[in-house]
Design a protein around this ligand. Structure first.
Ligand SMILES: Cc1cc2nc3c(=O)[nH]c(=O)nc-3n(C[C@H](O)[C@H](O)[C@H](O)COP(=O)(O)O)c2cc1C
Length: 340
């Protein structure tokens, strides 16, 4: 028997289902967020945005915070290490449509940590507190934090940061249960997520290694978290979130669609990207996305390699179309009784 799941409340923002699309730099742009949200994400989060870049109004950065109206609610994530600049950036993203401002204390990438941003903030808890306090004071919407366990295994500061967060008015916390030094190695330790839930009164969003609908619900229940966040597992497979959503509502989870249907959706994603970003920007970006979709059928790896070498949208679409046609013919000629 699965537990009853309640909506996630972050300040006055009510979120159903309590499933959050993880911020993923270079991946979860506004096109992907708008396409994936209807599958069952109650909340989407932008890619992280540099507070320093926002200060200068860089064109590409302003594009990243444009919410174009389809995502409600949406959270905009900021990174940086200067409380005053983070506060200013929070005001800008709030004016550009963010319902929630999220602070990144989790990114382990050297280009971010070398400037003491992202997970490097966890090496200086006083600074974390100053950033959180400044951002909360700067905006009239809820402010949340996404963090890792700590910088290294012998400096697990998440409980300390969480208590300070709650005290300064942070409205929810997401924990990716790895240390910064781990990057993506090992596995996320959900026991820490449970410990965090027990330590503070604000909503907790658990994150890390959720790939299966039943396991996601089991981890949610065992840790007691208010919501879950999904990242890598939904890339090329947004149907996963629909399966979790169904289980949360006591419905049966639909099977993942067959390869031809998945590829048709990939082409739809491709078309929207070209329309919104223009071919010159969409083609290189979509190579990565097609890599996520082109999995789980005969000839997938060969097709992936060929798609990586394409230069135009027409060329790519023709390649994928031919595979969809081949898959359709294979299904039609399958002897009766083999489908089971
Ligand atoms: C390509 C990529 C980009 C990411 N970018 C961000 C980011 O901008 N901000 C952030 O807080 N986390 C970022 N993350 C971390 C994810 O949000 C998430 O915490 C992590 O992938 C663990 O969740 P998962 O196991 O469901 O993927 C990124 C992860 C990946 C794989």
């Amino acid at each position: 028997m699965l537990p009853a799941v309640a909506p996630l409340r972050i300040g006055a923002v009510e979120i159903w289902p309590p499933i959050v699309l993880a911020p993923m730099s270079g991946v979860t742009n506004r096109t992907l967020r708008a396409l994936y949200k209807p599958f069952g994400f109650g909340l989407t989060v932008t890619e992280f945005v540099s507070s320093n870049a926002l200060q200068y109004g860089a064109k590409r950065t302003m594009e990243m915070i444009d919410q174009h109206g389809v995502e409600k609610p949406v959270s905009t994530q900021l990174w940086g290490n200067d409380p005053a600049i983070m506060a200013y950036a929070a005001q800008v993203v709030r004016e550009c449509g963010a319902d929630i401002v999220d602070i990144n204390f989790g990114c382990p990438a050297p280009k971010v940590t070398k400037t003491e941003g992202g997970s490097a903030c966890l090496r200086d808890i006083e600074r974390c507190e100053a950033i959180m306090r400044a951002v909360v004071a700067a905006v009239d919407c809820p402010v949340t934090v996404k963090m890792r366990l700590g910088w290294t295994e012998d400096a697990l500061v998440y409980l300390d940061v969480a208590k300070r967060a709650e005290a300064v008015g942070i409205r929810a916390l997401t924990l990716h249960a790895r240390t910064a030094k781990q990057f993506y190695k090992g596995s996320a330790d959900w026991a820490h997520i449970g410990a965090l839930k027990r330590a503070v009164g604000i909503p907790i969003i658990g994150n890390g290694d959720l790939t299966d609908p039943y396991d996601a619900l089991a981890k949610m229940s065992a840790s007691g978290v208010d919501a879950i966040m999904l990242g890598r597992a939904i890339l090329g497979n947004p149907w996963l979130v629909g399966q979790i959503w169904a289980l949360m509502e006591g419905r049966e989870a639909a099977a993942t669609p067959p390869a031809a249907e998945r590829l048709n959706f990939a082409l739809h994603h491709y078309g929207v990207m070209v329309e919104e970003w223009g071919e010159a920007r969409a083609v290189p970006q979509m190579r990565k996305h097609l890599g996520y979709y082109l999995k789980g059928f005969r000839g997938a790896s060969e097709l992936r390699e060929r798609v990586m070498r394409t230069e135009t949208a027409a060329e790519t679409v023709a390649l994928v179309d031919a595979v969809i046609e081949r898959l359709r013919l294979e299904t039609e000629t399958e002897p009766v009784g083999t489908a089971a």
